[in-house]
Design a protein around this ligand. Structure first.
Ligand SMILES: *Cc1c(COP(=O)(O)O)cnc(C)c1O
Length: 463
């Protein structure tokens, strides 16, 4: 399997190269040259498989000959053995139509573990082969940082520098990162906002003085392998609910568009997905783009669902490329316009293509609180603010009789205790596996919000 850039001019890569690469050299994002496809009988044959085996089957066509079936199977087994639920991503029924797909049973309580636990192993595997080292640089508003650090702590030939905006992540999120004391983990609290931190990371990737000496890798969802691993749970859920003989709809709490793009990929691969609902909070650039074609960034409004507080949604470019005729040079032009004006219009082809399966709903703070309260009262389930936005969107969406609607539960309620308590009166306790978090020793460095300070820190500390 070859991977091509959405902007058309970067060199095509194989799976191991694309895993280590992150962003393409032309500024685009990598995608498979064509989608693998399963027939209905191939999908039916996946029913009842344990999660790790299903993961191997669904991902093998993307991996090609970079890993044997046996080796990929072993890595999946290892990645998913650390989940606290044997089913890895269990389904919970709320009522006749609505279901929750619980993606938060990994080590750091958010869905990002599902992909990052595997990605950490893939890094180690591919680096051992080519004898190189990888220096991961990332910025986080909370969940990505903790999941990425957990996934690479103590692994060979890879180290991680994770920037978080000082004082702007929750105590649970910060301590999940800073109490990991492995020598290959470097936590940096920087002055400024998440967007400032993210902008510095982008400069590192393009800084000749850094990339001449270090291979810089990415762990955010611009990394293809992350999206690939997320395709698996769409199959897992749909198979349990009767696919391929029954169509299934999904509602996805969305920020950077990675998770919902994985649903689009599952549909391309032949999974009968009736609808994909993009659920946004008041930071609604995607909702505006999908309903009116206007993709224009404003200011970020902080909300109780911080992992969806974005104005620019990186993976949306992958969708626009894929549904808009896969024209790299047109895509490059469109994105150049966006970079210059922070605004662009979707083409008619992109709007029609996206609209075939994807729709969107925007939820405000009241919608979110009401969804948490109602779910607690009606079903006895505590859900986190991100999941609540997804469930609100699901309930606003009509699907044909008999089509189940699955909302992706992207974080454990204990990760966002204040809004959950506000909505339900119940303060969820941290699961035992991370219960002593606040007693553990923390380690991180503080840096001023200037690029040179961050670059010098990385150059001084990278092995
Ligand atoms: C990252 C995250 C999201 C958004 O996922 P994207 O793939 O960026 O759209 C939603 N909810 C939670 C809890 C997250 O951590």
């Amino acid at each position: 399997m070859r991977y091509v850039s959405t902007r058309g001019s970067a060199k095509a890569l194989n799976f191991s190269e694309v895993t280590l690469a992150g962003l393409a050299s032309d500024g685009g994002l990598y995608l498979p040259e064509r989608w693998p496809h399963f027939t209905a009988s191939e999908i039916a044959a996946m029913r009842g498989l344990p999660y790790a085996e299903l993961a191997q089957r669904v991902m093998q066509p993307f991996v090609g000959d970079c890993l044997t079936e046996q080796r990929l199977g072993e890595l999946c087994e290892q990645a998913y053995s650390r989940f606290a639920h044997k089913a890895v991503t269990p389904l919970v029924q709320l009522d006749q139509r609505d279901w929750l797909l619980e993606l938060f049973h990994g080590p750091t309580l958010a869905f990002k573990d599902v992909a990052l636990q595997l990605l950490g192993l893939l890094f180690e595997e591919f680096l051992a082969r080519d004898g190189g080292r990888l220096t991961i640089v990332g910025a986080t508003s909370g969940d990505t940082g903790s999941a990425a650090i957990d996934a690479v702590a103590g692994r060979d030939n890879v180290e991680i520098f994770m920037l978080h905006p000082k004082g702007r992540v929750s105590d649970v999120q910060r301590t999940q990162m800073t109490t990991v004391l492995a020598p290959n983990v470097h936590n940096i609290a920087i002055e400024g906002s998440f967007d400032d931190a993210q902008a510095m990371v982008k400069r590192i990737f393009a800084d000749e003085s850094v990339i001449a000496r270090h291979r810089i890798g990415a762990v955010n969802s611009i990394n293809w392998a992350r999206l690939m691993a997320q395709v698996v749970y769409y199959f897992a859920a749909a198979l349990q609910l009767g696919a391929p003989d029954r169509r299934v709809a999904f509602s996805v709490p969305t920020g950077n568009f990675g998770d919902v793009f994985a649903g689009h990929v599952a549909a391309r691969m032949g999974l009968p997905i009736e609808k994909l609902v993009v659920a946004t909070n008041v930071n609604d650039i995607l909702h505006r783009a999908l309903t009116s074609g206007d993709y224009s960034a404003g200011e970020v409004t902080p909300t109780a669902s911080p992992s969806m507080d974005i104005q620019v949604s990186s993976n949306f470019e992958r969708l626009l490329f894929d549904v808009g005729g896969r024209d790299g040079s047109a895509m490059a032009q469109q994105m150049a316009e966006f970079d210059a004006k922070r605004a662009m219009k979707l083409t008619d082809g992109q709007r029609t293509g996206a609209g075939e399966r994807i729709m969107s709903v925007r939820a405000d703070a009241d919608d979110m609180l009401l969804a948490m309260r109602r779910t607690w009262e009606d079903s006895g389930e505590l859900i986190d603010p991100h999941t609540a936005i997804g469930l609100h969107a699901a309930r606003c969406t009509d699907v044909p009789e008999g089509v189940p609607m699955v909302t992706l539960a992207t974080a454990h309620p204990a990760k966002f205790r204040d809004p959950v308590e506000q909505a339900t009166g119940i303060r969820p306790s941290l699961p035992n596996r991370i219960g002593d978090l606040f007693q553990r020793e923390e380690r991180y460095d503080e840096l001023p919000g200037n690029y040179e300070a961050v670059r010098d820190y990385i150059m001084d500390n990278a092995a």
